[in-house]
Write a protein that binds this ligand. Structure first.
Ligand code: C2E
Ligand code: CA
Ligand code: CA
Ligand code: CA
Length: 279
């Protein structure tokens, strides 16, 4: 019957508008949060598999929401990327990491580099090399103390300008890391043109190590190729000792994951972890 169909349409219309409205509200909320700076960085160490010392720490953003509590990136990074708000958020992240490095330096601790996640969408609206240079200079932090992580998939969906910006960043003495390797569709030879310093292998491959012999062979092949291209290899998402043993036998260089440490607020983070023990 016609009328029934009509009310059905109206029902779907209303749902659609409610969704759109919710998205708008969330976008406004995020914009306000960036203006108020409601963000903080957590830090997760990356350790050298043969010495057990911390080689770097990854900065991971958190949103201290006034009513919703502490929000993880999955709750807001995708929206920030779609709306372009990632530019402002990304600038805050750079500033926070440099400020934190300066704070750690003041306490006299031995410093390790901190890696910052960067989305190529930031490059559309902001001069990221300039932001980095200004933040580093403002806090008196050496360029070698920051590193930049860019996901393999985001690089592939953006054009040649990304390569130019990344090359400029590398030219400042900042290391470049490929993030989530294996989840995009690039080949290692495509990555070679950018001369990345470190390849971070997605945690799906680490999880695959225990599952089958093929998982080990695949990881071994990635390591061999990355080494041939002059890159160090990091295994992401290491959750148990068995994975560490296999990764060690495959000559993986570094590991990161909950088994070593969860991401922690700066107050609980030690730039240098007590030496990690590998039996
Ligand atoms: P990512 O760059 O791949 O960061 C690693 C994520 O894996 C983190 O999630 C971390 O908590 C989680 N993780 C670490 N070890 C383990 C493990 O052993 N097992 C499992 N299951 N997970 C582990 P988090 O902090 O929720 O961040 C999610 C993503 O959000 C990041 O993935 C990154 O892509 C993005 N992100 C975080 N901070 C920023 C930022 O400042 N800027 C941008 N553009 N993106 C960010
Ligand atoms: Ca990352
Ligand atoms: Ca990753
Ligand atoms: Ca290289």
């Amino acid at each position: 019957v016609k009328t029934g169909g009509k009310s059905n349409y109206r029902f779907y219309d209303q749902k659609y508008y409610e969704k759109l409205r919710a998205r708008h509200d969330k976008e406004d909320d995020l914009r306000r949060a960036i203006e108020n700076d409601e963000f903080l960085m957590y830090y997760q160490p990356r350790v050298d598999i043969s010495t057990g010392t911390t080689s770097s720490m990854e900065a991971l953003v958190r949103w201290q929401h006034p009513s919703k509590g502490l929000l993880e990136p999955l709750d807001f990074i995708p929206l920030a990327e779609e709306t372009g708000l990632i530019a402002g958020l990304g600038a805050l992240a750079i500033e926070k990491v440099c400020a934190q490095l300066a704070r750690w330096a003041k306490t006299g601790q031995e410093l390790v580099p901190v890696s910052i996640n960067v989305s190529p969408r930031q490059f559309d609206k902001t001069d990221v090399p300039k932001l980095l240079a200004e933040s580093l200079a403002h806090h008196g932090v050496a360029a070698r103390l920051v590193e930049i992580e860019v996901t393999e998939s985001s690089m592939m969906s953006h054009g040649g300008e990304v390569s130019e910006v990344l090359a400029a960043i590398q030219g400042m003495g900042i290391k470049l890391l490929v993030d989530d390797f294996g989840t995009g569709y690039s080949s290692l030879s495509q990555l070679q043109s950018l001369d990345f310093d470190v390849l971070k292998v997605d945690r799906a491959f680490t999880a695959g190590l225990e599952k089958s012999e093929q998982g080990n062979v695949l990881f071994a092949a990635i390591i061999t190729m990355a080494h041939a291209l002059g890159m160090r290899v990091v295994a992401e998402g290491v959750e148990n000792e068995r994975q560490i043993r296999i990764l060690k036998s495959l000559r993986c260089d570094e590991i990161q994951g909950f088994y070593i440490s969860k991401p922690l607020p700066p107050s609980e983070t030690q730039p240098i972890l007590p030496k990690w023990f590998f039996p």
